[in-house]
Design a protein around this ligand. Structure first.
Ligand SMILES: CCCCCC/C=C/CC(=O)SCCNC(=O)CCNC(=O)[C@H](O)C(C)(C)COP(=O)(O)OP(=O)(O)OC[C@H]1O[C@@H](n2cnc3c(N)ncnc32)[C@H](O)[C@@H]1OP(=O)(O)O
Length: 179
């Protein structure tokens, strides 16, 4: 087993019907953060990678967080040996608090647009992945956290009555946008 976070692979490959000839992707161009909010361990013997969300305190989905997540999914997608991805959290009690509220409060339309594109890129990457994807939901997962888990092929949630999941913005009358 080895840690992969931080590597930037730009090779071309073809496996499991995946063609990956595009090296510098949108998320990689956007990435200017040095902090590591995502840790990836890939087990060569099983072909399964575990991606741990480690953005304290609650894995809220900021632009940096989403960018790092997308880069890591891209890297695994390009690895012909990686067949499965388990997404889980390193934070206690929370899988993900959803979109980072501070990214959408008082920001310019341009910045909001950039942020919203990153949200879309995240779920498209996970939903469209050729890997078998599993969300191991080991804490609360409201709104965007719920969205992230819904884009995976399978979801397993820790059995704890304190953990909640769902599109809680509907309680405020906010409807998810059409994509
Ligand atoms: C086709 C489908 C489309 C779906 C579209 C999906 C749309 C999504 C919109 C969103 O995601 S908007 C975000 C909605 N998220 C929430 O409403 C979550 C709010 N947070 C919570 O419920 C709780 O914080 C928690 C996640 C259950 C964790 O509770 P806990 O008691 O453990 O921690 P707290 O003390 O509440 O929070 C700690 C710390 O974190 C800050 N924080 C929490 N959530 C967010 C967030 N979403 N963005 C930014 N910051 C967040 C909170 O303010 C605290 O900060 P402090 O500085 O320590 O006070």
């Amino acid at each position: 087993m080895y840690a992969r976070s931080g590597l930037l692979s730009q090779r071309s490959c073809s496996s499991h019907g995946r063609e990956c000839a595009t090296p510098v992707l949108a998320a990689q161009r956007r990435n200017n953060s040095t902090a590591t909010k995502i840790a990836v361990e890939f087990d060569q013997s099983t072909g399964v990678a575990v991606m741990r969300l480690q953005g304290p305190p609650v894995n809220s989905l900021s632009l940096d967080f989403l960018t790092e997540l997308c880069i890591n999914v891209e890297k695994l997608e390009m690895d012909k040996n990686c067949r499965g991805l388990i997404l889980t959290s390193s934070q206690p009690k929370v899988f993900s608090a959803g979109l980072d509220i501070m990214e959408i409060y008082g920001k310019s339309p341009e910045r909001c647009g950039e942020f919203w594109r990153a949200v879309q890129e995240m779920w498209l990457k996970l939903y469209g992945s050729s890997m078998v994807t599993i969300a191991a939901i080991n804490g609360s997962s409201p709104a965007g956290g719920c969205l992230m888990s819904m884009t995976c092929d399978y979801r397993i949630m820790a059995d704890n009555p304190r953990y909640s999941i769902g599109l809680n913005e509907t309680q405020l009358g906010i409807v998810a946008p059409f994509w």
